[in-house]
Design a protein around this ligand. Structure first.
Ligand SMILES: [Zn+2]
Length: 414
């Protein structure tokens, strides 16, 4: 059925949007609805692009609140990895369904994921009606490089057959959990299959020190030596990238995803150097990281922390403009992430209507309000491919999804 939205507000102008076959067929002040259309009266709601979560581990909603007060390595070794060894497809499916539901509620309609049982996450994404680039986490620090390679090839094949909403990626966990030989193999496979690589990099200072001690190079230069720093590479975190590394990352065309809340929660002790990254020309996106280390998937809430951390670290309130921060959260400053085009005729019919009565949005510049006053709670309506996924802030099936995910978390003893 054709969806027609009337009385939405785009850049201060009251417009209608007609969606056909997943795309915007008409947009402007004179658009009207046909009698057979599904008509939505936006009531003066601002219409904006959806958000894009550049780094998460969706099914880790199951681990929400179980982290304690640990730093990164003890958190992984004591709390996360032992439980992950017990996960089943159904655990991951319901954990990821909950993540998708939370992301839709907060206005995120595309994400980049790295997690076990990736085909279960893919099923959750398809059932939720959104889109994701998904990779199985690759580790060989247990010495099983052959097992890792088999898992990489199997998941690439499985994820390649799941239709346009799911794109496969190779997701080596990090330079400290994957050997040099396997990282080179992943670089070759990525080039051969033309699939992106999604890796954690330069999250802690310890990682940098260990990399220099083991390889005589800082992390980005080490990845470059292995052929893994390229235009299909996503680097999650990048907190400790120095000036030379930022220039190298920009030159190779790789993308950095900043995850300010997870960085603060795990107390990595630094802030991603965004002003230097921007000056070098690095493509930048924003991520929540998993709910195990955030614990929310509300990217709009995280956007405020991202902008504030940048201003604070730079001791400069002009370190980042609100409009620029908003573009980062929608994926508009990192083409690899796969964000939709600006809202124009012919673009995919993906957009949000914000609550027209929200006190956070009624006064002031919209971009500034979105970054500093809003959270995901201001998202009223979510449209993806011309389909209405949420209307009036109510996501159909939410209660069941929460109950099923909670049941799976209990099963795991979380
Ligand atoms: Zn992560």
């Amino acid at each position: 059925m054709t969806l027609t939205v009337l009385t939405a507000v785009l850049d201060g102008v009251r417009i209608g949007i007609r969606c056909e076959d997943g795309r915007i067929a008409a947009l402007g002040p004179t658009v009207t609805a046909e009698p057979s259309d599904h008509m939505v009266d936006a009531g003066g709601a601002p219409v904006v692009a959806p958000l894009l979560n550049g780094h998460t581990h969706a099914a880790m909603t199951l681990f929400r609140g179980s982290g304690g007060e640990r730093p990164l390595m003890p958190w992984l070794e004591e709390k996360i990895w032992p439980v992950e060894a017990k996960l089943t497809d159904e655990d991951v499916y319901w954990g990821a369904r909950l993540a998708c539901a939370e992301m839709i509620r907060g206005g995120t309609t595309r994400f980049w994921d790295m997690y076990w049982h990736p085909e279960a996450t893919a099923r959750a994404v398809a059932d939720a009606g959104i889109a994701a680039t998904i990779g199985a986490p690759l580790f060989d620090h247990d010495g099983n490089a052959e097992g890792m390679k088999e898992s990489a090839l199997r998941s690439l094949d499985q994820l390649s057959e799941l239709g346009p909403a799911v794109r496969p990626a190779l997701a080596p966990h990090s330079i400290y959990t994957v050997s040099e030989g396997s990282l080179r193999w992943i670089a070759e496979l990525s080039a051969e299959r033309e699939v992106p690589v999604h890796i954690h990099l330069s999250e802690t200072e310890r990682e940098v020190e260990d990399c220099v001690a083991a390889h005589g190079l800082r992390p980005a230069a080490y990845l470059d030596r292995l052929g893994l720093l390229g235009e299909r590479t996503i680097l999650a975190h990048g907190v400790w990238l120095d000036q030379e590394e930022l220039e190298l990352v920009a030159m190779r065309g790789s993308t950095v995803i900043s995850n300010p809340v997870a960085n603060m929660k795990l107390a990595v002790g630094g802030v991603f150097p965004y002003p230097a990254a921007r000056a070098a020309g690095v493509a930048v996106g924003l991520g929540t990281d998993g709910a195990g280390s955030n614990d929310s998937l509300d990217l709009l809430a995280d956007l405020k922390l991202f902008a504030l951390a940048q201003k604070h670290a730079a001791a400069d309130p002009a370190a980042i403009a609100a409009g620029e921060a908003w573009e980062i959260a929608t994926g508009a400053r990192a083409p690899l992430l796969g964000a939709g085009k600006p809202l124009t005729v012919g673009a995919p019919a993906d957009f949000l209507l914000l609550n027209p009565d929200s006190p956070a949005l009624g006064i002031g510049e919209l971009a500034s309000d979105l970054v500093y006053a809003a959270s995901g709670a201001e998202v009223d309506t979510v449209v993806v491919g011309g389909e209405l996924l949420m209307r009036g802030g109510e996501l159909p099936g939410m209660n069941e999804i929460v109950a099923r995910a909670a049941e799976r978390a209990r099963r795991l003893g979380l």
